[in-house]
Design a protein around this ligand. Structure first.
Ligand code: FAD
Length: 341
């Protein structure tokens, strides 16, 4: 493990908010280093292929760069192209596939311990911004069979599901989107949802499509139902009409995500009962001096409270003066919430 010598502002996460923070820093004459455990926009990479955002393009923009899209709202692919382009235009220093694993105290203070494909190293920082989102950590069901190879907590390209029996657990956008896509490529789809109805936040263009497919018997839906066990070939579901064993070649448990609370605790962040890191709302500095939070992580497990629309001003709070903080606060207020996922 080799400590890197130069001190730098270090931003953890090259999602929309980490990139926005880096732009805020650049505009104050700093040259922050952004690291990401995956690629730029890794969370968006994991969205369903072809997904259309709920948000209109101008509310996803960062650094004042226009997000141009072919429809009324951008797709996953257009958003990836956009954030990649912004990073290039702003000449951001980004190290992909580099994961923060902890903070280390040595003679010169705290440094970040990061892991890459070839080993570990330390990076000295003057300020560290945690913009790590939540999409790496699915909420587990904690049921037998959840760790089987044909079970996933992320959507896949629907084409891979053609001709298969697919069970989808969940009732939010990702579950409904995958159910429709899988049905359209010729999968036999069963959706299992623990509530009596879909979430109100399901996109208005998906809901009638899904409901019509269910009414026509093209997709099977079990509401007020819970999956008890996943076997290599079936899913055992408790429904209001008793237990059912449903054939399943692939199972998608799309039951939400949460921030990396283990990392937060390991580095010494104080959390409230909702898992929100304690922070000064004006500057986003946490209980650890020099360590800041930005974007989704500020909301703890209430992940639908802070999203791209209203998290994109966080860099102004961290790097700005009181005037830019006040502006960021009023821009927050202008963004509707929540969009839900
Ligand atoms: C399917 C779906 C649709 C959505 N639609 C919308 C929408 O229409 N509008 C909207 O505003 N929001 C939407 N959201 C929410 C939006 O994606 C998040 O709010 C947003 O990505 C949060 O940005 P972020 O930069 O805080 O976190 P992320 O985008 O999650 O970025 C965090 C980054 O940190 C990296 N990372 C994590 N841990 C580490 C580590 N230890 N070391 C290094 N890097 C790490 C990750 O790889 C990731 O790239 C949607 C979410 C989903 C799942």
């Amino acid at each position: 493990m080799t400590p890197s010598q130069q001190e730098t502002d270090l931003i953890i996460g090259a999602g929309p908010i980490g990139l926005a923070c880096a732009i805020s820093a650049r505009r104050r004459g700093l040259d922050p280093l952004v690291i990401d455990a995956g690629a730029i926009g890794q969370s968006i990479v994991r969205y369903p292929v072809g997904m259309t955002f709920f948000t209109t393009p101008e509310r996803l923009e960062i650094g004042g760069h226009p997000l141009v899209c072919s429809g009324a709202k951008p797709t996953r692919e257009e958003a990836l192209m956009y954030y990649r382009g912004v990073a290039r235009a702003e000449q951001l220093r980004i190290r992909p596939y580099t994961t923060l694993v902890g903070l280390v105290r040595d003679g010169r203070g705290l440094s970040a311990q990061v892991a890459t494909r070839i080993g570990e190293e330390r990076i000295q920082y003057s300020r560290l911004v945690l913009a790590t989102g939540y999409f790496d950590h699915p909420n587990l069901l904690g049921i037998p069979g959840e760790d089987l190879a044909h079970v996933s907590h992320y959507a896949v390209e629907a084409h891979l599901l053609t001709g298969l029996q697919v069970v989808i657990i969940g009732g939010k956008n990702s579950a409904i989107e995958l159910a429709l896509q899988a049905y359209r490529v010729g999968a036999r789809v069963t959706l299992v949802h623990r509530r009596a109805t879909l979430k109100p936040s399901v996109k208005y263009w998906l809901r009638p499509d899904f409901e019509n497919r269910v009414a026509a018997g093209e997709i099977t839906a079990h509401f007020e139902s819970t999956v008890e066990t996943i076997t290599p070939t079936t899913v055992i579901v408790r429904t209001p009409n008793g237990k059912q064993e449903i054939p399943a070649d692939r199972v998608f448990a799309l039951t939400g995500y949460r921030p990396d609370f283990d990392l937060f605790r390991r580095i010494g962040l104080a959390l409230d009962e909702e898992g929100r890191p304690h922070h000064d709302p004006a500057t986003l500095e946490t209980n650890l001096p020099g360590v800041y939070v930005a974007g989704s992580v500020t909301a703890g497990r209430l992940i639908s409270e802070i999203f791209i629309e209203n998290g994109r001003y966080d860099g102004e709070k961290i790097y700005g003066d009181s005037a830019s903080r006040t502006k960021a606060e009023s821009d927050y207020g202008a963004s509707p919430r929540p969009i839900g996922e």
